[in-house]
Design a protein around this ligand. Structure first.
Ligand SMILES: [Fe+2]
Length: 178
């Protein structure tokens, strides 16, 4: 495996875990503000990001590449409203989509087909997440000043959302690498 793509994938593990940290912090803020459905959803999102980190970790190991885990930075989080959280969630999603897009370019430059296929899956998942967050943000924007009564409906819907374990992670598990 090309050294530069392996190094970039190692860095992406940190990006995924950093997102998980942010989502946990967002979930905590939302729960403290009476929105446990939003909180549950953000917990699931955080677990999905940890799953993404595991998929990359497993991929590197499967291919005999060196795993060199970096540090997840400590950030000061400050949220002012549900809309603020959703704006930041969308911005984070776009940031991750950008990192994946650069990785796809790199995989193509290195002619690493397997990495390009893996990353195409990540890009598709990211797009799906972005669509969902955009939808939630639009609905939050339609609520008057984050009125809790109006947010309740969205909150109970988000509480119902099922967690999905990516099929990629399941197949890695089946093959005994996870
Ligand atoms: Fe992710």
């Amino acid at each position: 495996m090309d050294q530069c793509i392996a190094a970039a994938l190692n860095k992406q593990i940190v990006v995924e875990l950093d997102a998980a940290y942010l989502y946990m912090q967002m979930g905590d803020w939302l729960e403290k503000n009476g929105l446990s459905g939003f909180g549950d959803w953000l917990r699931r999102q955080a677990r999905e990001e940890v799953g993404h980190a595991m998929i990359i970790f497993n991929f590197l190991k499967e291919r005999g590449a060196a795993v060199a885990l970096g540090s997840v930075r400590q950030r000061k989080y400050f949220f002012t409203s549900v809309k603020d959280v959703m704006d930041k969630l969308l911005a984070q999603g776009k940031h991750i989509a950008g990192t994946i897009s650069k990785l796809i370019d790199l995989a193509q430059t290195c002619q690493d087909v397997e990495a390009a296929v893996l990353l195409a899956w990540f890009a598709a998942v990211q797009l799906e997440e972005e669509e969902l967050v955009t939808n939630v943000l639009m609905r939050v924007n339609s609520c008057y000043r984050d009125a809790v009564g109006e947010l309740r409906e969205i909150d109970s819907e988000l509480a119902q959302r099922q967690e999905t374990i990516p099929s990629l992670l399941k197949s890695q598990r089946k093959h005994g690498v996870a």
